[in-house]
Design a protein around this ligand. Sequence first.
Ligand code: NOJ
Length: 542
Amino acid sequence: MSMSPAAVGPWWQSAIIYQIYPRSFQDSNGDGVGDLRGILRRLDYLVELGVDAIWLSPIYSSPMADFGYDISDYTAIDPPFGSLEDFDELLAATHDRGLKLLLDLVPNHTSDRHPWFLESRSSRDNPKRDWYIWRDPAADGGAPNNWLSEFGGSAWEFDSRTAQYYCHTFLREQPDLNWRNPQVRDAIYDVMRFWLERGVDGFRLDAIWYLLKDPQFRDNPPNPDYRPGQPPKRSLIPLYTADLPEVHDAIEEMRRVVDAFGERLLIGEIYLPLEKLVTYYGRDLRGCHLPFNFSLLVIDWQARAIARLVERYESLLPPGGWPNWVLGNHDCPRVATRIGRGQARIAAMLLLTLRGTPTIYYGDEIGMVQVPIPPERIQDPFEKNVPGLGRDGARTPMQWDPSPYAGFSTAEPWLPLAEDFRSENVENARGDPASFYHLYRRLIAVRRANPALTRGAYRPIVAENDLLLYTRELDGERILVALNLGDEPASLGFMHPLQGRVLVSNFPDRDGEIIDGRIELRPLGGLVVALSGTGAVAPGKP
Ligand code: NOJ
């Protein structure tokens, strides 16, 4: 008896990951902020949707200068989210449902209120002084070098008590840990073990490509391609502050920590060009299991560009390196706004039929849009520092139903709801077979039922004008994905007339349709077809 191919390989290769931004998923105690008990209440929704793993953005103790990415205690839950007991209950309930739970680990920096930093800044000879990156002022008294913060301004903050500067890649409230200090490394590995022992299934590693900085603190060179309107940090090439070779040693060490616990997952947050990104699989695949592939977040949404991207990514992957795709996250404008709702349906079909682990950002499965935030309700510190680049609009409360606070809370939520939440919400979407939600559900079900969509090879067929066609092939099973990104219907002939059956379409009336010869696509229409013949799939006359 042969094993089902979908069951071959570690769980995360056949999994679909769902990112929850905990502040915005479900409030259970009426304070307008989401929490762990809220997530617990909604677990069955995630089962219904069909995803396999949940990644929670940070839930640790935090002054919330960067909404949890500034951690003041790595092994405690921030009270508005709940308690450690709530966490354990959530984890157990997640596992009971056959789901995995991933945490967000933030190793590059802590909060400036973390006891480690309080000690470190207290005096130059404090034993934890070297846990952070401290430098003397430059000769003129200014910052030690020209490094810039991701959130605007210098990456250096002067601390008058000890008359030195500390380095912060993000906010001044987020001092960078010194990863050249072995005690720091051990402290973070202990944090990882704390959560792994509790049973978490892995981590998403925040800002991991920034982890080490040049020991000589050299100035970053100017970026000749910088254009006004881009984040100010882009005005320099981060030669000495990002993607240093030593980062890979640290990731290998983290990998050894998780590997001691069996099949746990390490995902890396890495915004780098593909050829650099793939180095984060590590020597002999000893790095991140999944270096997040963010290419679809920034791509020019056109059939040819998408096909080129997929082929390039596929060709750059190291042998055995498992691909992955991301369509949205809490740092980037909502896909339904970036490319429009109609295109976002096509994007869903792409995400869930490409080779590689897909990550779904909460709310994208109901087509949530980027919400305009009135100035008095801005929360994101990035928006406050660099207006126009804020991320609040992609972090608004999940839209569960048409009730006053969308079923998210019984009080005014911390961020405004989308204007259209009374029509665009889970409750309504459940009742509409043509909804975004049902498209996601059907795609997920079809992906699960057809191993070729998980483990099958990717073969490009057509990338012309608005048409994108490819197959996924495994052990004689062949699935054709045909996407029309254009506003005109399209009709495609093949050298050998195609035979097959539609597994899923974004127009549900086409599900189950028999394909006999040509492929007809509606405007902004897509089909996933189980092919029955064995003839080559080649576009052509008949
Ligand atoms: C990346 C996270 O995704 C983002 O939300 C955060 O602001 C920075 N890292 C700093 O931790």
